[in-house]
Design a protein around this ligand. Sequence first.
Ligand code: SIN
Length: 304
Amino acid sequence: MSSINVKVGNVDLKSPLILASGTCNFGHELSEYYDLSILGGLSSKGLTIKPRQGNEGCRVAETASGMLNSVGLQNPGVDFFIENDLDYMRSLNTGVIVNAAGHSFEDYIAMVQKLNAHKDKIDALEINLSCPNVKAGCMTLGADPVQVKEIVTLMRKETDLPLWIKLTPNVTDIKAVALAAQEGGADAVVLINTLLGMVINIKTRRPILHNNTGGYSGPAIKPIAIRMVAECSKVLDIPIIGCGGVMSYEDVIEFMIAGASAVEIGTGSLIHPTLPVKITEDLIKYTEDNNLDLRDLTGTLELW
Ligand code: SIN
């Protein structure tokens, strides 16, 4: 029997396709375009303890085969989210993944405690140890395996909700960071967040982004993400959620062969809001044509 259902650890998803954090807010806007229940899940905008206005000035720049963002974690704060958006996300009849960010260990622990109090409405916590656009926490913490293990260990004590750790590619050895997350008790890792980049306006000779740098996403980063998923798949016991440059069903399949159990789409859905519908239809057709259970593809890569 063909199927596109997948599992990430104990979490059942009706499709491998998840909308990446920061590209779908909490689902309100995109739900006007299509029925989000076809998706495996939706990852919320990165939330913090206090509301954040985000970075000032220009925050998005288009580039060849992608874009840079330096949003700076603009969000209404976790309490507002719990009160106003969590039930809405739950009503969408798809996986509810809540992306949580912080500036310090204390922030992350407080976030997990607050969200754990609503665990009946949440399928997984995606812990953002990777946003490159803030001065403290996130990537600054998530690039160091020692701190990653420590923070994941502390969060693990606070919840039995699945902890998916979203990692930064801006490191020398992604395996070391992913293994640190596993050792701390993570249930899965999400690979990858954006690559740190810069674009310059040649007239002003200044960076286009007012934060100077931003996170690079889109089709150009896919080979890097695939390489990192493949490397980590060989050493991890926990599942991987792939992310980076997905534009087609073939990209989803490539991530799964590399070792991903599920796959997030971000920039592709910003360019074409209904692209996830087309990818889902194509995945169903692919599994039917090949009489395939999609999850059987995970980690079937054979290296030369
Ligand atoms: C941002 O809000 O700056 C992007 C979030 C992220 O990269 O995790």
